[in-house]
Design a protein around this ligand. Structure first.
Ligand code: TYM
Length: 335
């Protein structure tokens, strides 16, 4: 019997470049609060990162940087397992097994697939991009995770992971827990500063819309001060004020203040004053993150040591669950 004293948390980031404020507020910042009370596995999903055109040397560098950013954002590698997906045997195998119970139509309907397929149409769409959500489901189920903290954009992928867990259990008998998505109230969907109707993203063609956690204070201030705002001058959250609502969301997630409090704090004051306050809150919040990042990223040996330790711990758990899965699906074990 496995020891299940603590609930298992699993979540991951793609090593496709620097983390932005959306990744931080919607995801990584909240994860550190779960360490201690939960058994935490934080993955760096390099196998997902090869589903769109990429450069292998950049991928290797991005893995180190992603690991350093994890630690800089507060993930303690002594108290949690930070692992590299491609080094844990079983993720690809479980993906294959799950793909054999996953209707292809469910994958073709995924918003993120359709969006990425459109953006990368000129370089050709690989089947890995279509199977991306099945690999994500395998990432979660191979650890029998109870909880998966993610931003709003991963909701549809999480529903598929739950459906596949339920389907596997009904076809092959009870095996997987049905994982719960945990989506934060504030910061779950940080939008681009330049086009607040689309989410903040590393691949935004206008990089002024994306705040990176390692941007210098000057760059952060400049990007926030030039953020697109809306007509009228009132600091108020509303559907027809996407620019200001996004800045309020950022301010709320960095300071912990509610929308009501923000509206009363800036009542009668203009957008300029509000933007300055947002910029200072973000700069203040990210200062220690940036400093810690510079320190950790310079120490490659340290990064390798905690990644190795975390990957070994992840492998131990994954192997236990995979041997059960293999048995259930009828594979002989001749190794
Ligand atoms: P990725 O690398 O795109 O994003 C990592 C995390 O950041 C969140 N996020 C955002 N939150 C708020 N506002 C935004 N603008 C924003 N952009 C990104 C994402 O929701 C995510 O939590 N498919 C996943 C990686 C993955 C995964 C997993 C996650 C692979 N396997 C298993 C959880 C469990 C992704 O693309 O993350």
């Amino acid at each position: 019997m496995e020891s299940e004293a603590k609930k298992v948390v699993l979540t991951c980031v793609q090593p496709t470049g620097r983390l932005h404020l959306g990744n931080y507020l919607g995801a990584v910042k909240n994860w550190s609060e779960l360490i201690g009370t939960h058994e935490c596995y934080f993955g760096i999903v390099d196998m997902h990162a090869i589903t769109i055109p990429y450069v292998p040397a950049d991928l290797r560098k991005n893995v180190y940087e992603c690991a350093a950013q994890y630690v800089a954002c507060g993930l303690d590698p002594e108290k949690s397992s930070i692992f590299l997906q491609s080094s844990v045997v079983g993720h690809a195998e479980l993906t294959w097994i799950l793909s054999c119970i996953c209707p292809v139509g469910n994958l073709e309907r995924m918003t993120q697939f359709k969006d990425k397929a459109r953006r990368h149409a000129s370089s050709g769409i690989c089947s890995g991009l279509l199977f991306y959500p099945v690999l994500m489901a395998a990432d979660i189920l191979i650890y029998n995770a109870d909880m998966v903290p993610v931003g709003q954009d991963q909701k549809q992928h999480m529903e598929l992971a739950r459906d596949l867990a339920q389907k596997f259990n009904s076809v092959y008998s009870d095996t997987f827990k049905i994982p719960e998505a945990s989506i934060p109230k504030a910061g779950a969907r940080v939008m681009s500063l330049q086009s607040p109707d689309s989410k903040m993203s590393k691949s935004d063609s206008n990089q002024n819309g994306t705040l990176y956690i390692t941007d210098s204070p000057d760059v952060l201030r400049k990007k926030i001060m030039s953020a697109v705002t809306d007509s009228g001058g009132e600091v108020r959250a509303a559907a027809d004020k996407p620019g200001i609502t996004n800045l309020m969301n950022i301010y709320s997630a960095t300071t912990g203040k509610s929308f009501e409090l923000i509206e009363s704090e800036f009542s009668g004051k203009g957008y300029g004053e509000f933007k300055k306050a947002v910029a200072e809150a973000v700069v203040e919040r990210l200062k220690p993150v940036r400093e810690k990042y510079e320190e950790v990223v310079a120490d490659k040996a340290y990064i390798e040591s905690f990644l190795k330790r975390g990957t070994e711990a992840a492998q131990r758990r994954a192997s236990r669950i995979m041997s059960k899965v293999r048995r259930k699906v009828g594979f002989l074990d001749l190794r």
